[in-house]
Design a protein around this ligand. Sequence first.
Ligand SMILES: [Zn+2]
Length: 131
Amino acid sequence: MGENILGEFQEQVSQLLIRHRSVLDVLSKTQESTARINRALTKAITECGCVQITAKKQPYDTSKSLEENREHLDTHFSGHLCEHCRDVLTEELGKNLFYLTALCNIAEIKFADVLKSEGERLNTLGVFNLS
Ligand SMILES: [Zn+2]
């Protein structure tokens, strides 16, 4: 996967986005699709049951390094998505990317550039600074 597929996707989005052309529509659709991602994952947990959340306070020892602490940090997420829940979540993630890409189009930002500069930022900062 390279810049080509991202560029093609961005072009596809620009051609398809006729109904929700206003930036205001795109902003509200982006937010709505984020809520739908949460809902898809929540349903996988509470209705299907293929995955679980078991959460507790994360242990963090300030006398140890980030790397040493890392191995004790938990995602609080267990199990594996079944095929149905994976399909639903994949679809919702795709819609979210669609609207984010539409926002890129309106703002005249290349989607590939967003990924590239975020990748560079992560390389500079290191993943542990991600909050
Ligand atoms: Zn499931």
